[in-house]
Write a new protein. Structure first.
Length: 284
């Protein structure tokens, strides 16, 4: 029985003698196997890193999952690897807290307050800390809208199907009128939060506390604690207003959410890469 090295030497002698091949045959040993493994691993890491970079670029350009898939596979990336990365990214995005950035994101909170609170309590809530600076006429209109909404909800005619549809249409019309009055004030607060976060971003330190979705921010003057899961902050602007009830984020929540989103992107792609590697190993 010949060993691998002996067979290699025998074949080399026969072929080398015929074709003038130099007599330098490498022997099989652990070093050769190790070198091949390291090279293969490095090539795999480079491939996955390139895939991650290319996918990031696709999403930065505003592509959806389908468009990103087409672009990535067209550029030579394995279809299964791309599918795994997209699936992991989608799953991670579902688990992230969603932050209100426009009025439509929190309109349902306004409607819930309007139907749950009395007209007096609703007015007191939305005008607390001068968030909505309503004129006297606007206050009267808001009071009347909420009063009529309460009547719709408690209307005894709701037992009839036809009357239910009619009342629902009335409620929708009243809600639309309510949004028309309140929307400008809420959008102003949302814009202030976004602009303040932009101004403070360079000077604010944001640190994860090690607990899920809890962050500490410090801008050199004020230290705040942000709970992204519940979208709360202990800063004066948030605590003294109606932000929590309506769902308006302060600038510290906006900054923490940006930090969380960046970390989430890194974690998503890292998990995607690990999943791709695991699948490759199972197929090997």
């Amino acid at each position: 029985m010949y060993t691998d090295n002996e067979m290699l030497k025998f074949l080399h002698q026969q072929c080398g003698h015929r074709y003038g091949v130099p007599n330098t045959v490498p022997e099989f040993n652990n070093a050769i196997y190790t070198d091949w493994t390291v090279t293969s691993q490095r090539q795999g890491e480079k491939y996955l890193s390139n895939l991650k970079t290319a996918a990031n670029k696709c999403y930065e350009l505003g592509m959806d999952d389908e468009a990103a898939y087409e672009v990535l596979t067209h550029n030579g990336y394995e279809a299964q690897d791309v599918k795994t990365l997209i699936a992991m990214r989608t799953q991670q995005n579902k688990q992230r807290p969603v932050l209100a950035s426009k009025y439509e994101d929190i309109a349902h909170n306004i409607e819930a307050l309007a139907t749950d609170l009395s007209p007096d309590d609703f007015l007191a809530t939305i005008t607390s800390n001068n968030m909505t600076r309503l004129s006297s006429r606007e206050e009267i209109n808001v009071y009347d809208i909420v009063r009529r909404l309460k009547h719709c909800v408690s209307n005894p005619e709701l037992t009839s199907k036809n009357s239910t549809v009619r009342i629902a249409h009335n409620m929708r019309s009243l809600m639309s009128d309510l949004h028309t009055i309140i929307k400008p004030f809420v959008e102003e607060e949302l814009e202030i939060s976004q602009l303040s976060a932009m101004v403070k971003s360079a000077s604010t330190t944001i640190i994860s506390t090690g607990r899920d979705n809890i962050y500490s921010t410090f801008d050199g003057q004020e230290a705040c604690k942000v709970d992204l899961q519940n979208k709360t902050c202990n800063c004066d602007r948030f605590r003294n207003g109606v932000f929590a009830k309506i769902g308006i984020p302060c600038e510290h929540i906006v900054l923490a959410h940006r930090k969380y989103s960046d970390e989430g992107k890194q974690e998503t792609f890292q998990q995607s890469i690990e999943e791709i590697v695991a699948q490759a190993r199972r197929m090997a």
